[in-house]
Design a binder for this molecule. Structure first.
Ligand SMILES: *Cc1c(COP(=O)(O)O)cnc(C)c1O
Length: 224
């Protein structure tokens, strides 16, 4: 294997302040590759497809914290509810309500982030900042006792313009701060800003990120 996963992992880690956690995005990468990152001390891994995640969950050590970062269909929540640590991609009340239901059946709580849409691309999922503020204000989530709202997630536009990327992260950060002050001022758990990927995590940590999701910078280009 020419690509040294442990070396790239350590490069990414050495850049991150202690306050920022690293989700190693292992989608499309093999169990052996994940094992290499695990052996180098990584414990948080992110996946975006349910079937692929289930296979990896079965095969790998049980002290891994699995995060779901991709679009999640409500009919698949039940498969991951027994073990998933955090779902970053909650983009509707219907999905949150299903996560709550399945978490309750599994007898556990699931940490969730609300996914914001701040990028220029139209295909990405998520709430607009206004919709997100409104959703939290409505307060239906308060009746969902098996989900823990921990913060927001977003993806910036896939562009070279660093100023634009920074502006999008700032937009997400303002939304986070507004929601925090209105609905979570007393709640220390609502603190996560999940933004920054291989191409933009350096910008993200300067613009409020507390959690970066890095795949190809650690594992190399994905094999589909
Ligand atoms: C694939 C993916 C990442 C990681 O992307 P890289 O560019 O490989 O770092 C992060 N977040 C989400 C939601 C993804 O789907």
């Amino acid at each position: 294997m020419s690509h040294k996963i442990s070396e790239s992992l350590n490069q990414v880690r050495s850049f991150l302040p202690n306050s920022v956690s690293l989700v190693a995005v292992s989608k499309y990468h093999t169990i052996e590759e994940i094992r290499e990152a695990y052996d180098a001390g990584q414990r948080i891994f992110g996946e975006s497809r349910v079937q692929e995640l289930l296979i990896k969950y079965e095969a790998l050590p049980k002290d891994i914290e699995w995060h779901f970062i991709g679009h999640l269909q409500t009919n698949k929540v039940k498969f991951i509810a027994p073990f998933i640590s955090m779902i970053h991609s909650v983009d509707s009340e219907r999905l949150l309500s299903e996560i709550n239901k399945q978490a309750n059946i599994a007898g556990r709580n699931i940490s969730c982030l609300l996914q914001l849409h701040v990028a220029q691309e139209e295909t990405k999922f998520g709430f607009s900042p206004d919709e997100c503020v409104e959703f939290v204000k409505q307060g239906h989530w308060k009746e969902m006792s098996n989900v823990l709202l921990k913060g927001l997630m977003c993806m910036a536009s896939n562009v070279d313009n660093e100023q634009q990327i920074a502006n999008e992260f700032d937009m997400a950060l303002r939304c986070f701060e507004q929601i925090k002050s209105v609905s979570f001022a007393e709640n220390e758990e609502f603190k996560e800003c999940s933004w920054g990927m291989s191409g933009d995590f350096e910008i993200a940590v300067k613009h409020g990120s507390t959690m970066v999701r890095v795949g190809s910078r650690i594992f190399g280009a994905p094999h589909h």
